[in-house]
Ligand binder design. Structure first.
Ligand SMILES: Cc1cc2nc3c(=O)[nH]c(=O)nc-3n(C[C@H](O)[C@H](O)[C@H](O)COP(=O)(O)OP(=O)(O)OC[C@H]3O[C@@H](n4cnc5c(N)ncnc54)[C@H](O)[C@@H]3O)c2cc1C
Length: 523
């Protein structure tokens, strides 16, 4: 028997377990995680080795259904099966959203607690911010998570001044604080590495006092005839019961949380019946609204590799280079409103001036220039890591494409059917084309770009595309090379599946607390 049963010991589940115990030590809390505690796994603590965890024993190794709006092929999507969830592998980018995003969420669900100011106390509580001169209204100084920027860690990359001039050509300014809710501009990248090491969530949100079961997958929540959650059944057959007025908290991630709800009888009744699952609560929106960030890399051959400008070159190295990723700036930009409006109208018909994507200005694009070549082989390119090339990265921040997670089987150990439906809307295509053209302009038309770059490495069979490339040609590149940035969300959406207090509609004592709860129109 337990007061609180938490299903899934990833980022959200571990934080909730730890904070609940701190707040009320008398509660009996059980945290149940499908995978092991991976902290002694050889590649976990060094963030530079995260690539080695893909397709490892800790990876669920998901593949989507064939993506009809990309190149028609299934796409690999990583998710970690281990205590710590995504914090075991993630890049550690410590990037707070634009205040407009949270305010839009609050407006949609009619609950100010989800606005930027509503969330701010929790942002602050989580961090030990690196900058003593930062605005105390925006940052916390005694939270568990250490953060650091390129400058605060003392990394001085040879291309920094060139990069600042290059990105400024987009009309953007340098901003000192990436994480104050007003992120548009060029800022030092901020990461949550501590002394060059990963902060896996259970190391900073301690679980002493919580009963933790690892290597234990939960099959379903047991819902009684009054729709009250009364316990859970594990795949092993073990049953853990809830004390009266206890809570089951679901935090199995955006792919597995909807699967878990459906296996518990909460979901679209006809889909459940297809899999022989009796319906406890008919909630057709469970598993709908999947959204994810699509990202896209381009690769550039340097004009002067002998200067030691990028990872792999014998001349690339300096004090503290191991304290963060080989990047100077994170760049976040809006795009022009009128062409965007035209794209949205192709999807949605006439749109008002206060359409969420138009008012703001919103942060439509996130961009980087890593001093390294990342993932080129996925585009059929063989670029040696010898410091002779760099990459640029473009991500559409506010996707309007929506997909789904559905059951493949009533067996909880079988992966669900994942369809992110990437690049399905004209809006998403327009945003990505704008980013693509920005990078072409920077590299082919600015003095800094021309001095930096000798040529572009393009995937075999794909020509170099200049700033005046057609939409079709850009789309062809993105469709071949676009891939997930591993940010799925929205599959147990607030206002549709859970209320503003995260309670699952139609049930008692059941909540969802993870990335699944982003609201249906949350962009
Ligand atoms: C490669 C990669 C890079 C990323 N980079 C960044 C970044 O730089 N910055 C950033 O902010 N975010 C990044 N993210 C995203 C971030 O890690 C996720 O958004 C976050 O981990 C989501 O937290 P969650 O609690 O919703 O799910 P998760 O952290 O995925 O946790 C879900 C947990 O539930 C467990 N589970 C699932 N089903 C069951 C079951 N039935 N029974 C028991 N346990 C179960 C899983 O094993 C897992 O441990 C990245 C993610 C990846 C994969």
């Amino acid at each position: 028997m337990a007061d609180v049963i938490i299903v899934g010991g990833g980022l959200a589940g571990t934080v909730v377990a730890s904070r609940l115990h701190q707040r009320k030590p008398s509660l009996s809390i059980v945290l149940i995680e499908a995978g092991p505690d991976p902290r002694d796994h050889e590649h976990v603590l060094n963030p530079a080795e995260a690539g080695l965890l893909h397709f490892s024993d800790l990876d669920y190794k998901y593949f989507t259904v064939p993506q009809e709006h990309l190149d028609g092929k299934p796409k690999y999507n990583c998710a970690i099966k281990a205590l710590g969830g995504g914090t075991v592998i993630n890049t550690g980018g410590w990037i707070r959203g634009d205040a407009h995003d949270y305010d839009e969420w609050a407006r949609i669900v009619g609950d100010e607690r989800w606005s930027y100011n509503g969330q701010l106390p929790y942002f602050k509580r989580s961090e030990k911010h690196f900058d003593p001169d930062a605005d105390p209204a925006q940052h916390g100084s005694d939270g568990p998570l250490h953060t650091g920027s390129v400058s605060s860690t003392g990394r001085k990359y040879p291309l920094r001044e060139t990069m600042l001039k290059l990105w400024s050509r987009l009309g953007l300014k340098y901003i000192h604080d990436l994480n104050d809710g007003r992120p548009q501009g060029i800022s030092d990248l901020v990461e949550n590495w501590k002394d060059g090491k990963r902060q896996v969530v259970q190391s900073v949100y301690p679980l002493e006092g919580v009963r933790v079961l690892t290597d234990s997958m939960v099959r379903r929540a047991i819902i009684d005839e009054k729709k009250v959650a009364v316990g859970v059944e594990l795949v092993s057959g073990e049953i853990i019961k809830l004390k009266e007025h206890g809570q089951i908290i679901v935090s199995a991630g955006a792919y597995r949380t909807p699967q878990f709800l459906m296996l518990s009888g909460i979901g679209n009744a006809s889909h459940l019946s297809d899999h022989g699952i009796p319906t406890a609560v008919d909630l057709p929106f469970v598993g709908q609204n999947l959204h994810d960030h699509l990202g896209f890399f381009r690769y550039w051959k340097l004009r002067h590799p002998e200067k030691g400008l990028a990872l792999g070159s014998p001349g690339f190295g300096g004090p503290n280079y191991d304290l963060g990723g080989p990047v100077d700036f994170l760049v976040r930009a809006p795009i022009p409103v009128e062409p965007l409006r035209a794209a949205i109208e192709k999807d949605e018909g006439t749109v008002p001036n206060d359409h969420p994507l138009l008012k703001g200005p919103r942060t439509h694009l996130e961009m980087l220039l890593p001093y390294a070549v990342l993932g080129a082989e996925t585009q059929g390119l063989q670029i040696p890591l010898d410091g002779a090339s760099v990459s640029t990265f473009i991500m559409g921040c506010l996707p309007t494409s929506r997909g789904s997670v559905a059951l493949a089987s009533s067996d909880p150990t079988v992966a669900p059917v994942i369809d992110p439906n990437y690049y399905a809307t004209e809006t998403d295509r327009h945003v990505m084309r704008e980013g693509f053209r920005m990078h072409s302009r920077l590299m082919f038309e600015t003095p800094e770009g021309k001095e930096l770059v000798h040529s572009e490495h393009t995937p075999p069979g794909y020509p170099v595309l200049g700033p005046d490339a057609s939409d079709e040609k850009i789309d062809a590149r993105v469709k071949m090379a676009g891939s997930t940035v591993f940010h799925p969300g929205g599959t147990a959406a607030m206002g549709k599946v859970v209320d503003g207090s995260l309670k699952v509609y139609g049930t008692k004592n059941l909540r969802v607390v993870d990335a699944s709860v982003q609201s249906p129109n949350m962009l």
